[in-house]
Ligand binder design. Structure first.
Ligand code: CDP
Ligand code: CDP
Length: 227
């Protein structure tokens, strides 16, 4: 059985940064499931479809072609054969992703893809419902949190560095809307799995969080990469 680590939590908690490093340490692949929801949203936006319209979004997802590749521990995501890894990182796509993620048909399709990848390879997977729904038997489940101010500050800095013009209060407001969307949807919401370990990263550095998760996996966890 391939090994798996699930990292869930709200936006800006540090999931992808931490998951990338943990997967590199262990030689696992890193699977960013948020990128898949973003890709569905990008297709809707490109086709002029309202990301809140269930019928239209379900039509889009019926024959969407999403493929993932991993090279040098970096995930690339392709929409209908085109690399959209960068195009999915805009605030518009962030908001759209949280809209399309509410629809069950969208989730079923993407979860199927996520489980297929994990059935074949050792993975560190990050998202909202990985420990609670996608991989209920993951070897380690982490629920990563931080205060909303700290998460918004991190995302704001990140967007500034990418040269995107943003307003802090707007970034924070968008994040709160997305958190609410994610926590309140009926199907596979953002929730801490019963057997997940909660890590509050508000005042922790990236390396401290990575060290803590490596400790849980190697020292206190159920498995060793040598096995
Ligand atoms: O994937 P998620 O939205 O949970 O967060 P992320 O994209 O990994 O992290 C958002 C930003 O916060 C990145 O720029 C990270 O470098 C930064 N970060 C941080 O400053 N301190 C941490 N402990 C974790 C992440
Ligand atoms: O990086 P950030 O945390 O801002 O977002 P992301 O992980 O790229 O996910 C984008 C959106 O996809 C989230 O706001 C969620 O609504 C949705 N998502 C989800 O519903 N389930 C997942 N497993 C991953 C993402």
């Amino acid at each position: 059985m391939p090994k798996s680590i699930a990292i869930d939590g709200p936006a800006g908690a540090g999931k992808s940064t931490i998951a990338k490093k943990v997967s590199a340490n262990l030689g696992f692949i890193y699977l960013d499931t948020g990128a898949m929801y973003r890709t569905v949203a990008l297709k809707a936006i490109n086709e002029g479809v309202d990301t809140k319209s269930q019928n239209d979004v379900e039509k889009i997802v019926e024959n969407i072609d999403i493929t993932i590749s991993h090279e040098n521990n970096t995930q690339k995501i392709f929409l209908d054969g085109v690399d959209v890894s960068e195009a999915i990182r805009t605030p518009e796509v962030s908001a759209g992703a949280s809209n399309v993620a509410v629809f069950k048909e969208v989730r079923l399709k993407l979860v199927d893809l996520q489980r297929k990848i994990a059935s074949d390879k050792n993975v560190v997977m990050d998202g909202r419902d990985i420990g609670s729904y996608v991989l209920p038997n993951a070897d380690l489940k982490i629920f990563l949190t931080a205060t909303v101010d700290e998460r918004a500050r991190r995302r704001y800095e990140e967007l500034l560095q990418k040269g995107q013009k943003v307003d802090f209060e707007e970034v924070k407001a968008d994040m709160i809307i997305r958190d609410n969307n994610d926590s309140s949807r009926t199907f596979a919401p953002l929730v801490k799995a019963e057997d997940a370990i909660e890590v509050d990263s508000t005042s922790m550095t990236i390396d401290e969080v990575v060290e803590k998760i490596m400790y849980y996996y190697l020292e206190a966890g159920k498995t060793s990469p040598l096995q």
